[in-house]
Design a binder for this molecule. Structure first.
Ligand code: M1P
Length: 269
């Protein structure tokens, strides 16, 4: 890991000073739930010689490894900062940073009430098909899927189309907000088949505290310019908060090709 990282200049010697570029994963660096292209990896590697780079994704690190890494190459060697689950799991130059957990924050009793409500709601929901894993329990959040996370690629597409027409997820989120108005939870529809549930403020802006802390490390960098690239930058999308945050320069992109074009304009022209 350290070997792959060592071919890049140390963070405080990158030519574009005091700047870090953060990327959403799905729809920004990769097509939804698919692998990154070799062209994008090459571009990111060239970019990393100039400036610090990181990703911030809602999914857990295992999924980002699947999409961005390979069997031989750990994703943690491809970026200076890896922020999985919005930064609740954070890796800096291959080393894990301190993390917090959703279950510690919410407590077992309240979590049980929430999980019971979700499972009853899904049991009563009339949708064309159901698979398995309706709640995925992660470190910094839970992910709720009416069709279930075991859906195949085709089943994902079918659910997404059904949801567009019937607003299944939006209605589900409304029911949760009504039932649990005091829990301090944010509900974020970011992907095709599910939504994420986490405490207020544990959206993608959570990772910015790790970036801010860089200046306190020995030889650390004060990142005064933080670029963020994302595709779900509209209100309600899971890139919205960090895109709108005054600490970042937001770039709204349509797909990975658009990201590449924008990066070339910003850093390679
Ligand atoms: O990164 C966006 C979302 O990707 C997945 O969503 P879905 O499975 O619904 O396509 C999930 O990992 C979700 O947590 C994440 O926000």
């Amino acid at each position: 890991m350290a070997q792959a990282a060592s071919i890049y200049p140390p963070l405080n010697e990158r030519p574009v000073k005091n700047t870090v570029v953060l990327f959403d994963v799905d729809g920004t660096l990769t097509p939804a739930r698919r692998s990154v292209s070799p062209e994008m990896l090459q571009l990111l590697s060239e970019l990393r010689h100039k400036v610090a780079i990181g990703f911030v994704g809602g999914s857990d690190l295992a999924k980002q490894q699947e999409q961005l890494g390979t069997r031989e190459i750990p994703v943690t060697t491809l970026f200076d900062f890896c922020f999985a689950e919005n930064g609740l799991t954070a890796i800096r130059m291959g080393e894990a940073l301190a993390s917090h957990s959703f279950i510690k924050w919410i407590g077992e009793d309240k979590y049980k009430q929430l999980a019971n409500f979700i499972l009853h709601y899904i049991a009563d929901m009339d949708i064309p098909i159901k698979r398995g894993t309706f709640i995925e329990f992660r470190n910094g959040m839970i992910n709720v899927s009416p069709v279930g996370r075991n859906a195949s690629v085709q089943e994902r597409h079918d659910f997404e189309a059904f949801d567009k027409e019937h607003q299944v997820r939006a209605k589900f989120v409304e029911a949760l907000k009504q039932r649990f108005p005091d829990l301090g939870l944010t509900f974020s529809i970011g992907g095709q088949i599910s939504f994420d549930v986490f405490p207020h403020g544990w959206d993608k802006t959570y990772c910015l505290q790790h970036i801010a802390n860089e200046k306190n490390l020995p030889g650390g960098v004060d990142y005064t310019t933080i670029h963020f690239f994302g595709d779900k930058t509209y209100k309600g999308g899971n890139d919205w908060e960090i895109y709108e945050d005054p600490r970042t320069v937001g770039h709204s992109v349509k797909n990975p090709e658009d990201t590449a074009e924008e990066l070339k304009k910003l850093f390679f022209s």
